[in-house]
Design a protein around this ligand. Structure first.
Ligand code: ADP
Length: 152
């Protein structure tokens, strides 16, 4: 079984993440969306809400599972018997950042990181900009799946 972990904060899930997960489903037998728990980070949405938004968005897709985790992503891969880490690339800054993580993970394990280029129409979307829109009373419906509130 070819299984990939798609790790991230998903605070909240955006149409960019959605696109990567959908395309991941066509490449792998299972895509596990893994929400990382970092005690030092402040989130806009609770862990439960972030999980629910993703589960609702993929309720008709049995190949997608959503979990939460703390610790190293490669340790999670071993635990879940996943051979791949899935990541999205939006721009050169993403590439530089992801390259260092992927090399490190490869050095520490046999896990391969698979990168998908973002769809052109979602490449500018980020969770942090969505949070800014929401925090300031804007309408985020063009940037997030329907399961995420478009206004706060
Ligand atoms: P973090 O930045 O905390 O790792 P994110 O939830 O922001 O987590 O991102 C998780 C993954 O989703 C990363 O691989 C990131 O590059 C990818 N991603 C984020 N936004 C987009 C987007 N608009 N299109 C495609 N991939 C994206």
């Amino acid at each position: 079984m070819r299984r990939a972990i798609f790790p991230g904060s998903f605070d909240p899930i955006t149409n960019g993440h959605y696109d990567i997960i959908k395309r991941g489903v066509s490449l792998f037998d299972e895509v596990i969306v893994a929400i990382g728990v970092n005690a030092e980070k402040k989130y806009m949405f609770s862990l439960e809400d972030r999980k629910r938004f993703i589960e609702e968005a993929f309720k008709d897709e049995p190949k997608v599972r959503v979990i939460t985790y703390a610790g190293l992503t490669i340790d999670l891969c071993k635990k879940e018997d996943a051979q791949f880490i899935l990541r999205g690339l939006r721009n050169p800054a993403d590439f530089e950042f992801e390259k260092a993580i992927a090399h490190t993970n490869r050095r520490l394990s046999k896990i391969e990181t698979v990168f998908l280029l973002t769809a052109a129409n979602t490449s500018y979307i980020s969770s942090s900009i969505v949070r800014d829109v929401l925090r300031n009373g804007g309408d985020a419906s063009d940037f997030v799946p329907n399961s995420v509130p478009s206004k706060l």
